[in-house]
Design a protein around this ligand. Structure first.
Ligand SMILES: Nc1ncnc2c1ncn2[C@@H]1O[C@H](COP(=O)(O)OP(=O)(O)OP(=O)(O)O)[C@@H](O)[C@H]1O
Ligand SMILES: [Mg+2]
Length: 295
């Protein structure tokens, strides 16, 4: 059986510009937690956005397939695609403040998705939202439903968005750096919460992060991205024991140790960057020779 999410040879370009994703192939099995790591600008969020059908207008898909639950999203009409994604997948965003509309109460923002996309009755959506808010350990869910986003702490807002993501029992959740906008003390709680919810609901998770420490705690496997190119995909256990790619080894060496945060901070060596950039250039050269040219 094919994977629940199967991205095949996906290339994105900035319209009239360079490739942002370079023939990315990536699978997420049902119920699996797959990490997606890489430095800033590597294309992690673009992969998540492509899967959720929320790419910026300036970005164009020039090749590839995105199979979600046995359907290639890129072959669907936009309205069908929105319906399929809405019924199957959800997002836990990076910044809970900007993800919520500041001028609307929290309740309708959680229930809207259920009502508008999935056609639930408002009362059922309301009951489900209350249940989920309790499940993510929000005290007094009814009061929180009546609150405005600014009346909640950052951690509470992210709990609301986690509840919202899980509300319709999606089979896949894309979590895009879901803890980086939060206070350090809250990050750990939110990470545990996501891991617990994932395990309880059996949801597949594509977990975007630049933090290998997070990957080691929550993911079963990971893909390493550099310049829009996947340079390694491995089970997490193998990766931490023996990363396959020189760039992965350098990333691992650059990760601070929890026991001593200031030790082990080795920047990625220039020779490693030069080598992986040559791989990116090579990938573009063979891609152009394979037929597609921009302009
Ligand atoms: N809205 C946009 N329009 C055009 N290009 C964009 C847009 N957002 C990002 N990019 C470009 O696409 C590339 C990939 O960006 P992406 O946001 O996926 O990186 P990332 O790996 O998520 O980085 P970060 O860790 O900083 O979030 C980068 O070169 C970035 O400059
Ligand atoms: Mg990003």
């Amino acid at each position: 059986m094919s994977a629940f999410l199967s991205i095949r040879n996906l290339s994105l370009v900035l319209k009239g510009g360079p490739r942002l994703l370079r023939s990315v192939s990536l699978d997420v099995e049902a119920g699996e937690v797959r990490g997606l790591v890489g430095e800033s600008g590597a294309g992690k969020s673009m992969i998540g956005k492509a899967v959720l059908g929320i790419l910026p207008r300036s970005v164009e898909v020039v090749e590839g397939e995105i199979w979600l639950d046995e359907v290639d999203l890129l072959k669907l009409r936009p309205s069908e695609r929105r319906r399929k994604i809405g019924a199957t997948a959800a997002l836990i965003p990076q910044d809970p403040l900007t993800a919520l509309n500041p001028s609307r109460r929290v309740g309708p923002q959680v229930t809207d998705r259920l009502v508008d996309i999935l056609g639930w009755k408002r009362a059922d959506a309301q009951a489900r939202a209350l249940e989920l808010l309790a499940e993510v350990h929000i005290p007094d869910p009814a009061r929180v439903m009546r609150s405005y986003p600014h009346e909640l702490s950052g951690g509470m807002r992210q709990r609301v968005l986690i509840a919202s993501a899980f509300a319709a029992e999606p089979k896949l959740i894309v979590a895009d750096e879901p803890t980086t906008a939060l206070d350090v003390t809250v990050q750990k709680q939110i990470l545990h919460l996501i891991a617990r919810m994932q395990a309880r609901h059996g949801t597949a998770l594509l977990f975007v992060t630049h933090d290998l420490g997070v990957v080691s705690k929550v993911c079963g496997s990971l893909a390493v991205l550099y310049g829009g190119l996947v340079v390694e995909q491995s089970p997490v256990r193998d990766f931490f024991r023996q990363p396959a790619h020189a760039y992965s080894r350098a990333l691992l060496a650059a990760t601070p140790k929890y026991t001593d945060p200031m030790a082990g901070l080795n920047p990625v060596p220039e020779a490693v960057i030069t080598a992986v950039q040559a791989e990116v250039a090579q990938a573009d050269a063979s891609w152009r020779n394979g037929g597609w040219r921009h302009d």
